[in-house]
Design a protein around this ligand. Sequence first.
Ligand SMILES: Nc1ncnc2c1ncn2[C@@H]1O[C@H](COP(=O)(O)OP(=O)(O)OP(=O)(O)O)[C@@H](O)[C@H]1O
Length: 291
Amino acid sequence: MRRDLQLNNVGRRYGIHGPWILRGVNLELAPHTLTRIEGPNGTGKSTLLRLLAGIDTPTEGKVTGRPRTAYVPERFPQALPFTAEAYLTHLGTVHGLSRAAAPRAASEWLDRFGAGAYARTPMTRLSKGSSQKVAVAQALLAEPELLVLDEAWTGLDEDARAELERAVAERTAAGGTVVFVDHDPRRLAGVSDATYTVTDGTLNLRTDKPTSPSGPQVSLDVQGPPGGQLPAEASQFLTSSTEPTPGTHRLTVPASHSDVLLRALLTAHPPWHVVSLNQRDDLPLDDESPR
Ligand SMILES: Nc1ncnc2c1ncn2[C@@H]1O[C@H](COP(=O)(O)OP(=O)(O)OP(=O)(O)O)[C@@H](O)[C@H]1O
């Protein structure tokens, strides 16, 4: 069983006499969880994510139990001397994929983000949006146990944003730990397991009621075995659950989590029967929300 990732009394400052950006930070992140980090500009969110991802080390305190990790930085270096495909294949092998699996994963993830047509384009010639697709693909392609996303949705088109939400749902359902910062408060609203606010160099758990899920929802009518309980993984993200007729359950879930819900229902023993599935477009998320 994988250990939790732990920050123990962590502090970080830049330079010997620089001000403390973070101090006395304690945090524990378990498998199967999604954690949001928020806070005003310049308070240390990216600093915290770099410490979690292991690309920076604390000035004081300890980080323990970091599993296999992937990270999408706030600013992805575009000027890399590779094509998107070559870069992702290389990164795939660095992350432990075989020489056969790495190019396959590279092309699958480029396709999932709608960037398959740019696979052979030098990265220096990619638009900002396509470059961001490569940034998220490089983090997802080796199925990391810890995924750290710093404003990873910024610059992506609507389809790619939805795909990244689905990928996050898949990671946590598969036992991964996901931590993210996003300027849009509606991003994955209502499905995070915890939200922490960075203020004055410390990390505070938000205990107020989480924002209810917004954005597109999917409603499914499903039937299970007589008297059957919904599988635990299926109940986790539900926005609502009713039983309009005996034995038929109407489940509503954020669209980002519908694939994970379907998989849980269809792979249950015995499997559940999906009678109908309807998409409800409520509030599409966009990148124009205020910080
Ligand atoms: N490499 C560095 N060297 C010196 N100071 C830094 C460095 N990185 C960050 N800082 C400083 O640390 C503070 C916190 O920065 P950080 O980027 O972590 O904040 P943030 O909350 O992510 O900000 P934003 O919301 O604007 O992305 C800022 O004052 C920043 O100038």
